[in-house]
Design a binder for this molecule. Sequence first.
Ligand code: BEZ
Length: 290
Amino acid sequence: MPLNLGDTVPDFSCDSSVGQIHYYDYVGDEHWSIICSHPSDFTPVCSTELGNLSKLLPQFEKRHCKVLALSCDSAESHRKWIEDINASGYCGNTKKDGGVSYPILADEERALAVKFGMLDPAEKDERGMPLTCRAVFIVDDHKKLRATILYPATTGRNFYEILRVLDSLQLTDEYPVATPANWERGERVAVTPSTPDEVAAVVLGDFAVVKVPSGKTYLRLAKDPSSKTPKVLKRGIVEMILGTEYGAKLLPTVGRLVVSFILGGVFAGAATKTKETATATTQNGGRKKR
Ligand code: BEZ
């Protein structure tokens, strides 16, 4: 059965360029992870990809995300190939960057490739065995699959896009927002459709409603909340206030006071926009439950 978004990614053990890897132990309880599969060692596009991934490793670390690559060649082959990748110029090869340091999983029997649905029937090795396609699995800190991408062997991936998706997933876990087309960190975000204006005003501050011919007010844009709000606004607090129907109904009357108290008045200005008579109907402030 292929993995669907929201499924728990199963634990596995596998040999790798850095020795035996136990996936759950390697990632730990507090990190996200990406697993990137590649068709084959000693191939041109794969070499540029793994080099680029190494160059961007500090960016993944900043996002608390561990990186694992995978192909169906042996660990010994991976180690020899890494020497080439490190010399290729694609790693950056700065003093800080010692080349590919993340593990490349050696899935010689294709056990993981089958489990994760990574095999590409169109690409075969010299023995006629199917190769892995360019798959990416983005897994959150609860080991849930949050996003996947699937490319053919002939198209190299854009790892800035994977960082962008990580930014979006991590932001939208914290706030009742969704990220628009081509969004990048710091740009305006959309208020999720299930979030009432009153809740958006408290949690996100000012937002603009884009006028559209239908007269509907679904296109509401707010500043990226992570670029101006204190870290104290964590999902636990938002859920505590908004997570129950009772809590949501209370919001127009006491929510302002509670939020202002918790956040030290940071949102007091925005909260004055709250209409005393409005009834908030949200169950969770727009945040997706995992
Ligand atoms: C490559 O990585 O360059 C590649 C691998 C398999 C098929 C085509 C290209």
